[in-house]
Design a protein around this ligand. Sequence first.
Ligand SMILES: Nc1ncnc2c1ncn2[C@@H]1O[C@H](COP(=O)(O)OP(=O)(O)OP(=O)(O)O)[C@@H](O)[C@H]1O
Length: 340
Amino acid sequence: MPLNADLAIDARGVDKRFGDLLAVAELDLQVQKGHIYGFLGPNGCGKSTTIRMLTGLLTPTRGEISVLGMAIPQQAEALRRRIGYMTQKFSLYEDLSVRENLQFIADIYGLGARESKRKIDELIDTYHLDAQRQQLAGTLSGGQKQRLGLACACINEPELLFLDEPTSAVDPQNRRDFWEQLFDLSERGTSILVTTHYMDEAQRCHQLAIMESGHIRAKGNPQALLEAMPLHVIEIAGHRLRQLKSHLSQFSEIPSAAQLGDRLRVLVDKQIADPIPWLLEKSRTMTGQLTPEPLSPNQFNASQLKPNQLSLVSPNLEDLFVSVTGKGLKTSREAADVTR
Ligand SMILES: Nc1ncnc2c1ncn2[C@@H]1O[C@H](COP(=O)(O)OP(=O)(O)OP(=O)(O)O)[C@@H](O)[C@H]1O
């Protein structure tokens, strides 16, 4: 099938090999214009490598890429004028002021004096950097650096923005404000591909892909992905949950059990039709082996676990993430694709 030039990004069958390492394998990625597309995955899974191929900085070992209708890497030079790229380290010049950093980027893009002044003033206002206009970038706070990084990436009014972990050192309020700014850009038609390790950010995306070991394990609309998740999520309230966790982790139908305060959040394969009685039964097989000593009244005794201590809850994106990466793969080997 020919690549779709109407998409912001269309990549098909893309591999990137570094020596023996297949860093990206059979990547298929379609990003619609104006969408915010989230890219998730554990450290080292291939997200930055993918972005570097999509921006033409790296040549794929195999496969085809079209970005804004241009063949990449062949037309990478022309593409660069139409995209913005904010790397993990923001690439700011610490010895230059906020205004000088913006001026430097404006000069690289060849903006004339009047145009660059107009654009710099507009960006300083949009990204709330007026009080820091003359301050050296190296002395800015994490949130201010991030806003300056985004302002620099937007100086050429890009049609497509690549943001590689843009919020890694930023507090929740600044992250929230940052995402509001991304939606302002998206509403004005800018397409955005953003990598993140934060599930609340993934939830905000129009579409997302979860990558692991170079492969996309799931992609689609966040809500549709949750609905298609092949796992039940059960929370168990009680004490001595560490013992119960290690006991339950031995069952192949349970890809993950993780404690949240006084509850154990357990993922159970949907092939188990009635997960609460099933979990009660599995939990009860623990007694004796793990607690041979007499239990005091407030200690957890799985044989006395009552059905009302177990509740079926809605899955969240963290559940989805663990279900399609790492250990979770034992129950969901097929990549989920609910793109719509
Ligand atoms: N130029 C290179 N030469 C050799 N190996 C590389 C090169 N660039 C990346 N890799 C390897 O490719 C794999 C994917 O790296 P990549 O930086 O794409 O991961 P990532 O998903 O962006 O990780 P993180 O979330 O930690 O930023 C890693 O094992 C990395 O060591």
